[in-house]
Design a protein around this ligand. Structure first.
Ligand SMILES: [Zn+2]
Length: 368
């Protein structure tokens, strides 16, 4: 699907988009290589004459029908063919469906510059290490940054999401002003820096020609509870189960949720052990960059678990969706090397099953 913000003065026929739409010189083209009408592999492109700006480069996690597939990535052919125009890749936040495709993209085509906010930058740099990608710098951006190219002036605004440093993007072109919100929620008492409602209101009043907005479950009626309210429920569960070991499974991508689980554990005099590769990586980055203000003495390694009384430990792990290889499934199966479930353990799923995963989650619950 494509949208065109058209220039009034039509000139030579220049571009034929992947969709077959023909564009004129001076048009601003907007198209998605992924992420439109689907959850995952977000990748929006903004093209004007000899420049292409790409916002996000995500992956999609395969459904049950794609056995043996690790990731689904967009088709990058159009960018490869127009590599010379590829001026910038701008990242809104550090979730896999926004950054996971970067190593695969870079194998085929490199933008002149990559921009990302801090948390995303750290996560991408970890990916570069794992994929042995060298000599690729990421420029740090925040809500005050401005990127200027020949045809685009790009600005940013803070949005609140489940991961720190989430940005919305304002793209100014000669043909109009575009806002790409990135992922966001409205939460008046969030954990983390709130959305910049003033800036958003200001942009609205000064006029936006195209709003591109993405928010999971936005079509569901009603309000989601504030992230702060989750802290209360967590505290209640921790106090109610003060004599047993507590295992909490959640998404590593929900950084603020993990932060609140750690806080609840510390307040209840428990030591925390982290399991699952993505969870360990995220917590390490959050601690290193002071997103988590916790003393390292609050954390224990796997091998210290047996020496710590059950009622004084809290295990935080991946696998809240029943993923077969995630830490929780292995714990439930009895195949985890370091953690065995004990009778009386309290297991908390701190996330709702994503539609389609309910059966897998029930499977894990039954094994537990
Ligand atoms: Zn996100």
């Amino acid at each position: 699907m494509s949208n065109l913000l058209t220039n009034t003065k039509k000139q030579n026929l220049k571009n034929v988009l992947p969709t077959g739409i023909e564009a004129q010189s001076g048009d601003t083209l907007i198209y998605a290589l992924g992420g439109l009408n689907e959850v995952g592999k977000n990748m929006y492109c903004f093209e004007h004459d000899d420049e292409i700006i790409v916002v996000d480069a995500g992956v999609m996690f395969p459904g049950e029908n794609l056995l043996g597939v690790d990731y689904v990535i967009p088709d990058y052919t159009y960018l490869v063919r127009n590599a010379k125009k590829f001026k910038a890749l701008v990242i809104t936040h550090g979730h896999e469906d926004h950054i996971g495709g970067i190593p695969f993209l870079l194998q085929l085509v490199k933008p002149e510059k990559i921009y990302a906010p801090q948390f995303a930058k750290s996560l991408i740099e970890r990916k570069f290490k794992e994929h042995r990608i060298v000599n690729t710098k990421i420029e740090l951006i925040d809500h005050d940054s401005k990127i200027q190219t020949k045809h685009f002036v790009i600005g940013f605004f803070n949005t609140i999401h489940s991961i720190p440093d989430s940005l919305g993007v304002l793209i100014n072109t000669v043909n109009g002003r575009i806002v790409e919100t990135g992922d966001f929620k409205f939460d008046l008492t969030p954990v983390g820096t709130n959305s910049d409602y003033q800036k958003i209101a200001f942009m609205g009043s000064s006029g936006i020609d195209l709003l591109m907005s993405d928010s999971t479950n936005s079509s569901v009626e009603g309000f989601s509870i504030s992230e702060k309210q989750v802290a209360q429920s967590l505290m209640e569960i921790f106090t109610r189960n003060n004599s047993t070991r507590i295992i909490v499974a959640t998404f590593a991508s929900n950084v603020y949720r993990v932060k609140q689980i750690i806080e609840a554990a510390i307040k209840n005099d428990r030591k925390i052990a982290i399991f699952g590769r993505s969870m360990e990586r995220m917590v390490e980055i959050a601690l290193k960059h002071n997103y988590f203000d916790f003393n390292s003495s609050s954390f224990i390694k796997a091998n210290q678990l047996i020496h710590t009384p059950a009622a004084e430990t809290c295990i935080i792990c991946t696998g809240s969706q029943g993923e077969a290889l995630a830490a929780l499934s292995r714990i439930a199966n009895g195949t985890h090397r370091q953690v065995k479930v004990h009778p009386g353990d309290t297991v908390i799923f701190s996330s709702n099953p994503i539609p389609g995963n309910t059966e897998k989650v029930s499977g894990v619950v039954n094994k537990l």
